[in-house]
Design a protein around this ligand. Structure first.
Ligand code: E4P
Length: 235
């Protein structure tokens, strides 16, 4: 039985609505890249439309300025869009300057944050120091991007979970999962949340599937596709 909460990662309104109505996920994450990919033209209108249909589960919308003063103002604005909104703040700007002072300021304003694009334990530590156990917050570590570099993210995620439990009580989110196995890894290493794209969420139904049967189904797929393609070998 999984303890971890599943969030849906994406910006397709129909998929978000289906995930909400399906009751599988307990929250949602978006980012500017996912929104652009989904064809969103107007950031605020899209966010407000989403919040109309999903008014009662945590959902993150990200600031996208690159200077901390504008990020601060965007964060205040985004925060007014709904009670269930978490404002996503990237851990640095594009120059690599730390957003920790901004995070501290927003926490002082009582704003629920999702600190995003975290890839190192040092970033988790610095964030942990300025978040408050009084203000709900999420720390998103991009485990999949860590894995993309050839490093196993599990030890880092385990250490991050322990660190956050002691001080800020922020929820640890395993971001950028690459495969269904990551859901079980994230659960085992103490993450509170994993956010996943539709493809991964759909495959969760395969949990515990008999591997002999899965092998047979795989062969069936090859057989059916060869027939549908009309392949022939003279023999
Ligand atoms: C979640 O909040 C992140 O925006 C998302 O999981 C990032 O995924 P990616 O690293 O695959 O782009």
């Amino acid at each position: 039985m999984l303890k971890i909460k599943l969030f849906a990662d994406g910006a397709n309104l129909d998929d978000m609505l289906a995930a909400y109505q399906g009751g599988v996920v307990q929250g949602f994450t978006t980012n500017p890249t996912l929104m652009r990919r989904a064809g969103v033209m107007d950031y605020e209108s899209f966010a407000r439309e989403v919040l109309e249909i999903i008014p009662d589960r945590p959902i993150s919308f990200e600031v996208f300025a690159d200077d901390f003063e504008t990020m601060y103002r965007q964060a205040l604005q985004i925060n007014t869009w709904g009670e269930n909104v978490y404002v996503k703040i990237p851990i640095t700007n594009t120059k690599g300057e730390s957003a920790v002072p901004l995070i501290k300021r927003l926490v002082g304003d009582g704003i629920k944050l999702n600190v995003t694009a975290i890839l190192t334990l040092e970033q988790v530590q610095a964030t942990n120091r300025v978040l408050s156990p009084m203000i709900p917050s999420v720390v998103s570590v991009f485990a999949g991007r860590i894995a993309d570099t050839g490093i196993d993210p599990v030890p880092l995620m385990t250490a991050a979970a322990q660190m956050l439990r002691i001080e800020s009580k922020a929820e640890l989110l395993w971001a950028s999962p690459r495969e269904v196995l990551n859901v079980y890894q994230a659960d085992a290493c103490g993450c509170d949340i994993i956010t996943a794209t539709n493809d991964i969420l759909k495959k969760l139904s395969m949990f515990g599937k008999d591997l002999d049967e899965l092998s047979r189904e795989t062969v069936q797929m090859f057989y059916d596709d060869a027939r549908k393609a009309g392949f022939q070998i003279e023999c």
